[in-house]
Design a protein around this ligand. Sequence first.
Ligand code: PLP
Length: 451
Amino acid sequence: MIPSTDPAAGAAVKAADRAHVFHSWAAQELIDPLAVAGAEGSYFWDYDGHRYLDFTSGLVFTNIGYQHPAVVAAVQEQAGRLTTFAPGFAVDVRSEAARLIARRTPGGLDKIFFTNGGAEAVENAIRMARLHTGRPKVLSAYRSYHGSTSTAIGLTGDPRRWPSDSGTSGVVHFHSPFLYRSPFHATTEAEECARALEHLETTIAFEGPATIAAVILETVPGTAGIMPPPPGYLAGVREICDRHGIVFVLDEVMAGFGRTGAWFAADHYGVVPDLLTFAKGVNSGYVPLGGVAISAEIADTFATRPYPGGLTYSGHPLACAAAVATIRVMEDEKTVEHAARIGETVLGPGLRELAARHPSVGEVRGMGAFWALDLVRDKETREPLVPYNATGAANAPMAAFAAACKRNGLWPFVNMNRTHAVPACNITEAEAKEGLAILDGALTVADEYTA
Ligand code: PLP
């Protein structure tokens, strides 16, 4: 699977990158990006002969793995037939992508507005909610990530917002449920659910319900720590939104398209949002694509009144061809069912078994191919292995853990004091077990930092 090694070619790729590529979220002189030579399925490799099992799915988007031949062929075929076309026309592959996506959304959200990625989907969902209600404010959770454009970063609840927060976004943050680190001093899921709903209700009351356009939540928060909500929470938010005429937006950019072992995470909870944002897994990230699935009621707001938003590449044919092919592959290969089963039979039990043996693992959370290990200094106190938003020396335990994973051939997802096991949804049982074994070894390194 690894083509011949070619360190000189790798060095040239790296040199041009360092000279000319300005990277996201980074101090440019302090980073050392790996030069990638190729990828296939659940693996990628560099120019020096190192192969890595990808437990990150890129940025949690290669839900069917790298270079799936059916999707590669569909993109090639589309490129040969009609590479691009402006968004104002009806194009076969765009129509088909919209139909396939709409048919799978919870509650049959029947209209699809296409974007180039997740943040633009969130931007447009919030714009639709504000215009639909005529209200300015939006509520979002502290433990959340919604993207890095201006509205989306304003909604985001983690420190990535801070440098861009001018305090004028119209966003009010609230605490979503998270029993392991409960903001409500709750001791059971039922208590956490009831108190989180009461807190949201109180926040709305004090903000003024008539000023609030939308509540946006990740159905299962992703980058913030993979916290499946307690039973009843999302249904409770739906009820609160209905009572106050507030639009309920579910952000499924990360959790959607099989990641949780369902087409959409909302399917696990039986809730139907008014707007649902998606991206990433919709076409496994082979060509940039995102979008908003829209309820009939909100679509109707723009039936005779123009929607004031658009993008040159909305519904780009290459991206839509990749989406059509990806959805067909996921149906044919039963990828969603596979993700559910691998979560129940391999990843979940395997990670819990690691937690039982390693003092550094405080909690295992997740479902499907979407898991987090909350690493701690002390299981009793639950003190995180590194402080919130730690950098440099303070982050040494997580850096040592990540380095141990890489030394042994696993590329880990690491965020603050957590590692997420988020491989391709079609990862095989043998590959998942290989990943668990490497995590086992790396956790021994993390254990050395426990109290
Ligand atoms: N929403 C969620 C839940 C995400 O996880 C992300 C990206 O990780 C985004 C929105 C932003 O997506 P993009 O990076 O495609 O703009």
